[in-house]
Design a binder for this molecule. Sequence first.
Ligand code: PLP
Length: 395
Amino acid sequence: MTEKRSIYLDHAASTPTDPAVVEAMLPYFTETYGNASGLHSQARGSARAIEQARQQVADILGCAPQEIVFTGCGSEGDNIAIRGVAWAQKRAGRGQHVITSPIEHHAVDHTINDLCESFGFEQTVVPVDDMGMVNPDDVAAAIRPDTVLISIMYANNEVGTIQPIADIGALARERGIPFHTDAVQAAGYEPLDVKVLNVDLLAISGHKIYAPKGIGILYVRQQTPLTAPFTGGGHENKRRPGTENVPYIVGIARALELVQAKAGVENKRQAALRDQLIAGVLRTIPNSHLTGHPARRLPNNASFAIAGCDADGMLMHLDLAGIQAASGSACTTGMPEPSHVLTAMGIPRDLALGALRLSLGRQTTAGDIETVLDTLPSIIKKIRQLNPAYEAAPV
Ligand code: PLP
């Protein structure tokens, strides 16, 4: 009997490390392992590898290598950017007002909440429409004389909506306000030229782009006011202390090169599969809704709200059928809470509890999509049959 293929549709949560990335990293575990701050030849080998990686990343982002900071993850990059700029601006007496959106990852929104609760900052959260889009006019209208930072994500992790980053960046630049974007989900698919995007700070995470977990990149434009939140040695241009993780730095630079080089072909291939998946789900499952923007969405994101279903039930049944997926909502101590992203988009609570995110990747095949389309409708039917409220009034 041949073993059933496991179908991994959770690439927005994490990707497998590309073997070419592992290969690039390997010499830096056992051959070139010196502390890059040292003066001997082992150390110089590590320092050279870091500077080469920094140049590779800078070439992709269209910036100077000294504007690249290697971090521990996407969350850390967001924290250094947001806390660092907010504190520097406050210290310089420029104000303490921050603008953001209601659909940010917790790495951003919890950080801004903390600035407000613990450090006296104020925030304006501009709305999103029912497709999860921020309107740049709303950002412009929210700007005050004491606004010191704008933070709007490039692409959303739950529904895949891609924001008009260059437009928001242009209006921030005009007014001299630093603009940060969380590009963790976008980096694997979208262009990253920081001059085209008009961003001052941009965060990337390794494990979303086929590099390992525990490494990230933060772009900080020269002249951006930033007080490093961590203290220690002067590593990473005094932005992020700590002995550099050389193999992982080499790995994320290689991964970024590969993912951006493959984007031309992979974006088209994955978008075609995604569209097939979306059309199939909407056709075969009554009362299922696409969440996020129908066109301006990541090529690998198919996200839905399925009426009459709880997310955990769907995920459990899918997993039993060999399909690994995710929901948009976090469940704490058995009390399901709808996703803040979906509720900000105006999706009613009950419907938001039926969130299902299928995120494709390099190894996703047309056969995988067919299997999902063959499997999902009967799972949904089974769950709904056990939901008396839905059976009584299906919506
Ligand atoms: N920002 C977004 C949009 C994300 O999707 C994630 C991870 O899910 C993060 C930030 C955090 O990245 P990391 O897991 O590298 O800390």
